[in-house]
Design a protein around this ligand. Structure first.
Ligand code: NI
Length: 143
């Protein structure tokens, strides 16, 4: 069966700061700079999900866009308009595994999207996920 890669972009907004609780105040400031503040700051994040899969012989689609949007929206929904350090359990304390960096947020979203994909169609694969913090800064998780 023919396969194709479909990419979809979606935006969400959230606030965060970076703090490693095992670091001293000084080391946090040195390491994280402006990202180490007591109250944090916000971003309009953009995700790009690249979905790889067989083209359905009847619809000629890899995935129904409404369904894909629902999965992406459900993945980002717990983060939407939240302060990640206070509102989201996965980022709630400041231990090494939980700092809400773009790297960590991308991994969080990857896991949620991968979990939901089988409900859309068999054999769909998240090929890669990009998370843009700004136009000039993004991370990419490659499967
Ligand atoms: Ni930031």
């Amino acid at each position: 069966m023919e396969r194709s890669l479909i990419a979809r972009r979606l935006m969400f907004s959230a606030a965060h700061f970076y703090r490693q609780e095992s670091f001293s105040d000084e080391k946090n400031r040195e390491t994280f700079g402006l990202c180490y503040t007591p109250h944090g700051h916000g971003h309009n994040y953009v995700i790009e999900a690249f979905i790889d899969g067989p083209i359905d012989p009847d619809t000629k689609l890899v995935v129904n866009l409404t369904d894909l949007d629902r999965v992406l929206r459900e993945a980002t929904e717990p983060l939407e308009h939240r302060h990640l350090n206070f509102d989201v359990p996965e980022f709630k304390n400041s231990s090494a595994g939980k700092i809400p960096t773009s790297e960590n947020i991308a991994l969080y979203l990857r896991d949620r999207i991968i979990k939901a994909l089988p409900s859309l169609a068999p054999n769909l694969k998240l090929n890669r996920l990009r998370l843009y913090e700004t136009d000039a800064l993004w991370v990419e998780v490659i499967e």
